[in-house]
Design a protein around this ligand. Structure first.
Ligand code: NDP
Length: 285
């Protein structure tokens, strides 16, 4: 059996088109959704992500501005800018590109963002909201995975979902979102014994470890849905996921590729969260 490949680029185009209509409706009412992205230092990968976010905003009718700070910038300086953006009526979403330089306490910087503009969903209030099933801004990567499952018609309720990885930005919120939709959850980490025993029980397997091709066909249940969040740059310059695509595609029922899988959905969900933030502001007027 050969897996159905979930095309993240095509799904991202479809979701963006739906949300572009919502952005246009807001613009007609005199409110253009606005996103501010803060970047500190010159991490090349971060610069690429920030540029692609700005381009995606442009294509979806969202106003965006980039606040670029040198590596030497102080935490207070960055927090002061966030406070200004918290008050700026043109801005509905604020995102701080991570990682921040070592002299920053990321938690303090994120907590400076007002909850209503925390479109990355990393503020502790938003994390708590997610835990209690009152999500305000779902974190973009797991939100993108949920959208992929929904759009591909993959049932979640009553299924066994195994999430490999427990980071605050992917693994943990992913598990919570699947739990909220009625899945039975297993979370695996680098400390898990006999990983394959767990992954082989997954109807839905989400992998976010940053370990290239670590999930092989023998670790997958026949017909399972396998979502590969990993993005790894290999020595030859090519990108690969955490799943061994070639072998797993012969065993899984559904599989996401890398690149062209979860990645395009992550940026898309940031756009959705920004438009939703503007809609909420408008509803309060
Ligand atoms: P982190 O490094 O923060 O977390 C990795 C997690 O994987 C940890 O919880 C770690 O366990 C676990 N892990 C590592 N090795 C193993 C192993 N051998 N077996 C089981 N678990 C293991 O990474 P992120 O969550 O930030 O990112 C994961 C991957 O997803 C990366 O490749 C990243 O580039 C990619 N990514 C992709 C995005 C997208 O848009 N597609 C967005 C964000 C990330 P422990 O906690 O025990 O150390």
């Amino acid at each position: 059996m050969s897996a159905k490949i979930i095309d993240g680029n095509a799904l991202a185009r479809e979701v963006r088109a739906e949300w572009k209509t919502r952005a246009e409706r807001l613009i007609e009412q005199g409110v253009q959704p606005g996103l501010a992205v803060i970047i500190v230092g010159s991490n090349p990968a971060s610069s690429i992500y920030v540029r692609s976010k700005a381009k995606a905003c442009d294509e979806t009718g969202i106003y965006s501005e980039i606040h670029d700070f040198p590596e030497s910038a102080s935490q207070d300086e960055v927090i002061q800018r966030i406070q200004e953006l918290n008050r700026a009526p043109r801005i509905h979403g604020i995102l701080v590109q991570l990682p921040l330089p070592n002299h920053f306490e990321s938690r303090k910087v994120i907590e400076a963002i007002t909850v209503e503009k925390d479109v990355d969903g990393f503020h502790l209030y938003n994390v708590g909201a997610l835990v209690t099933g009152n999500t305000v801004f779902p974190p973009c990567t797991p939100f993108g995975v949920m959208k992929m499952l929904e759009k591909s018609g993959i049932a979640i309720e009553g299924r066994h979902a195994v999430v490999v990885g427990r980071s605050n930005i992917v693994g943990k919120p992913m598990a919570l979102m699947l739990l909220e939709k009625g899945a039975t959850i297993t979370i695996c980490t680098s400390k898990t014994h006999n990983l394959a025993e767990h992954t082989r029980r997954a109807d839905i397997l989400v992998v976010a470890t940053g370990k290239p091709r670590m999930i092989t066909a023998d670790m997958v249940k026949p017909g399972a849905t396998v979502i590969d969040v990993g993005i790894n740059r290999m020595p030859d310059g090519k990108l690969t996921g955490d799943v061994d695509f070639e072998s797993v595609k012969e065993k899984a029922g559904y599989l996401t590729p890398v690149p062209g899988g979860v990645g395009p959905m992550t940026i898309t969900m940031l756009l959705c969260n920004t438009i939703a933030a503007a809609e909420r502001t408008q509803a309060r007027v």
